[in-house]
Design a protein around this ligand. Structure first.
Ligand code: AMP
Length: 281
């Protein structure tokens, strides 16, 4: 496995490889969710590149950035086991030199939800993703549905800016009790870890209610908010029942289905999760 710490090292490696290339961008602190993307890329492409870069421009506060878990040695060992061909670990100065001046802003899709709670977040995400797509020149890039709004934003930017890489959405990987895997879960105390199950409980309640015939978007949202409200250690940031493409709120779950998105503070950890409602997906 090649570990490219600089742009030059990565470009040199890239020039030597042919065949279909799969890209899996991550911020490290890898878990089975990340590895499911790597395994899918392994199955569908000839060469797999994983990037590990904790992107400072998508963090609101430097405290959140500083607290982000990092364990490069462990990450590299996991990726070696998955037979990844190359790991690209660029430094901040390479990605954002002092004269860096160009940003990617995806409009509309970023007006709500994470876009409101984390101003500037998607500008940082879209910019770094476009840079990584340009650097890697991959045939396919793999993104998790866990970060549903991010996935839609990346799909939009690739379409709008004619990026010749296919974006492959991958299902959310969960712990056996339903908690969506996230690098941030390591910050949960044992009590908060138990309380964090409220996200899955609330989303499952919405999915079940929808299956049982409840199609009113507001009623489904209320059910989710009330379920979260009953967990004393949790505080909902937002609960959305939205169109799965535009992410605009829906009053009724129609034929195209809906996505229920939540962001919840559990203790000092902010978690996000989502579920599709009323559609086969
Ligand atoms: P991150 O390191 O958090 O930026 O995530 C890197 C990629 O892994 C993103 O495309 C995420 O959506 C995806 N990802 C994170 N957690 C999960 C999960 N539990 N299941 C599936 N994909 C995930």
């Amino acid at each position: 496995m090649n570990v490219a710490e600089s742009l030059e090292a990565f470009v040199t490696w890239r020039e030597t490889v042919g065949g279909r290339l799969g890209l899996v961008p991550t911020m490290g602190a890898l878990h089975d969710g990340h590895l499911s993307l790597v395994r899918r890329a392994r199955r569908e492409t000839d060469r797999v590149v994983t990037t590990i870069f904790v992107n400072p421009t998508q963090f609101g506060s430097s405290d959140d950035l500083k607290a982000y878990p990092r364990d490069l040695d462990r990450d590299l060992a996991l990726l070696r086991e998955e037979r990844v061909d190359c790991v690209f670990t660029p430094g901040e100065a390479m990605m954002y030199p002092g004269d860096f001046s160009t940003w990617v802003v995806v409009e509309r899709l970023t007006d709500r939800w994470e876009g409101v709670s984390r101003p500037g977040h998607f500008r940082g995400v879209a910019t770094v993703v476009l840079k990584l797509l340009n650097i890697a020149r991959a045939d396919r890039a793999y993104f998790g549905e866990k970060d549903y709004q991010q996935l839609r934003v990346v799909e939009r930017l690739v379409q709008d800016l004619n990026v010749p890489t296919e974006i492959v959405p991958c299902p959310t990987v969960r712990e056996s009790d339903g908690l969506a895997m996230s690098s941030r879960n390591v910050h949960l105390s044992p009590d908060d870890r138990r309380a964090a199950l409220v996200l899955f409980r609330a989303l499952s309640a919405a999915r079940d209610a929808c299956h049982a015939g409840e199609r009113n978007g507001e009623a489904l949202g209320r059910l989710v908010a009330e379920t979260i409200g009953r967990e004393p250690r949790a505080r909902a940031d937002y609960v959305a029942v939205a169109d799965p493409r535009t992410l605009e709120p829906v009053t009724r779950v129609g034929r195209g289905g809906a996505v229920c998105l939540v962001a919840v503070w559990v203790g000092s950890v902010r978690l996000i999760d989502n579920v599709l409602l009323g559609s086969p997906g």
